[in-house]
Write a protein that binds this ligand. Structure first.
Ligand code: AHG
Ligand code: MN
Ligand code: MN
Ligand code: MN
Length: 321
C-alpha cells in the first residue's frame, strides 16, 4: 500500500505544499493520540472559556488548536493561520507561500460521549505583501489543498490537492498513513439524508417542503424510501457521504435570528465543498455554489447542502434553482 509520503512525492506538488501537508498529517497523528487517551489524559470536559463564536470551548478544542498552531509555526511554509478557536488571524512570519484555515476539533460536543470528532483544514495561497484578515478572504475555489482527519474506529485522512480525493488510514503499528481508497467517487444518487430534524420548525419553506417529501417515502413525490443519519459532527457526516453517498445539510434557520447559519465558511464549508466537488458531488447554500462565495469575514457562517450530485440538484429545485 502506498504511504502518504509516497503519494505526495508522485502527486507533482510543489515541495513546499508537500511539506505543509506532511506537517498537517503529522500533527493529526499527535491529535489522534490525545483524543484516543481521553479521560486517561484528563483532556475531556470544558475549558471554562468561550471562543469568538460564543461557544463554550472544550479542553480538547483548545489543546488541538495549540497543537496545530505550534506545528504550523514550526513548518516555515505558512504565513498566517485562521482557526475557529482564534479570535483573529495569527501571523506566523514573513516567509511562506500559504495561509491555513482550520477547525481543530469538529464535532467537539461528541468528545465527552466517546463519539466521532475530526480536524478540518483548508490551504490558500498567501498573497504578496502584508498579511491581514483581508488576505484570507478568497473564494474556496482558490484552495490549493483541503482535507479532514476523522478520529473514529480508524483514524482516516481525506485529502484533495485539486486532483481527486484520496482516503488514507493511519496504521497504528507503523504510525504511517496508508492509501486505502484512491479517487473517491460519490454516487450521483442516494436514498440517505442528514439533517438536525429538531430544527424543522425554524427552516425556510424550501427545506421544509424538501424534507417533508423525502419523509413521505414511496407514497410521496420522490417515490422511494429515504433513511436518515445524524452524527452531529460534520466531519463524520461528510465522511459517510464520501464513503457511500448521501445528502448532508445544515440549512438556514431562524432559531437565533442573529445566527441564521451554523457552519463556518472558511474552515468547515469550503474545505468540505472542495472535497465533495473533487469526488463528483455538489455543495451549495441552496442559492449559491459554496466554492464561489466571496468571503467577507474569516468567521462567516453559511448554509450548507452537499453530497450526491443528483440529490443536491433536487434539493436546489425546491429552492427555486
Ligand atoms: P464544532 O464542534 O467545530 O463547533 O462544529 C459543530 C458543528 C458540526 O460539526 C456539526 O455538523 C454541527 O455543529 C452539529 O450541530 P447540532 O448540535 O445542531 O447537531
Ligand atoms: Mn465549536
Ligand atoms: Mn466544526
Ligand atoms: Mn471545532
Amino acid at each position: 500500500m502506498q504511504t502518504l509520503s509516497q503519494y505526495l512525492n508522485q502527486a507533482q506538488l510543489s515541495p513546499a505544499l508537500a511539506a505543509l501537508l506532511t506537517t498537517l498529517a503529522n500533527s493529526s497523528k499527535d491529535i489522534s493520540q490525545a483524543v484516543r487517551k481521553g479521560a486517561l489524559a484528563g483532556v475531556l470536559g470544558v475549558a471554562g472559556t468561550e471562543n469568538v463564536q460564543g461557544e463554550s470551548q472544550k479542553k480538547l478544542d483548545v489543546i488541538t488548536n495549540d497543537m496545530l498552531k505550534d506545528a504550523l509555526a514550526a513548518d516555515g511554509h505558512v504565513r498566517a493561520l485562521a482557526s475557529e478557536e482564534e479570535d483573529e488571524v495569527v501571523v506566523l512570519g514573513d516567509k511562506g507561500e500559504f495561509l491555513v484555515c482550520f477547525d481543530p476539533l469538529d464535532g467537539s460536543s461528541n468528545i465527552d460521549i466517546n463519539s466521532l470528532v475530526g480536524t478540518i483544514f483548508s490551504v490558500l495561497p498567501a498573497p504578496v505583501g502584508e498579511i491581514s484578515e483581508q488576505s484570507f478572504l478568497q473564494p474556496g475555489r482558490n484552495q490549493v489543498a483541503a482535507g479532514y482527519v476523522l478520529y473514529g474506529p480508524s483514524t482516516m485522512l481525506a485529502l484533495t490537492t485539486g486532483k481527486g480525493v484520496q482516503l488514507f488510514t493511519l496504521d497504528p503499528v507503523s504510525g504511517e498513513y496508508l492509501l486505502t481508497v484512491a479517487e473517491v467517487q460519490i454516487p450521483k444518487d442516494t436514498a440517505e439524508f442528514a439533517i438536525n430534524m429538531s430544527n424543522q420548525r425554524f427552516w425556510e419553506a424550501a427545506m421544509q417542503n424538501y424534507i417533508a417529501d423525502l419523509i413521505q417515502g414511496k407514497a410521496g413525490p420522490r417515490g422511494k424510501s429515504f433513511n436518515m443519519r445524524w452524527i452531529a459532527a460534520m466531519v463524520g457526516d461528510v465522511h459517510r457521504v464520501l464513503s457511500r453517498g448521501g445528502l448532508f445539510t445544515y440549512p438556514t434557520d431562524t432559531k437565533d435570528p442573529k445566527k441564521p447559519f451554523k457552519l463556518r465558511l472558511m474552515y468547515e464549508a469550503n474545505p468540505m465543498a472542495l472535497l465533495v466537488e473533487q469526488a463528483g458531488g455538489k455543495a451549495s447554500t441552496g442559492y449559491d455554489t459554496i466554492l464561489d462565495i466571496q468571503p467577507e469575514q474569516i468567521h462567516q457562517r453559511v448554509a450548507v447542502i452537499l453530497g450526491s450530485a443528483n440529490e443536491v440538484d433536487v434539493c436546489l429545485e425546491y429552492h427555486g434553482r
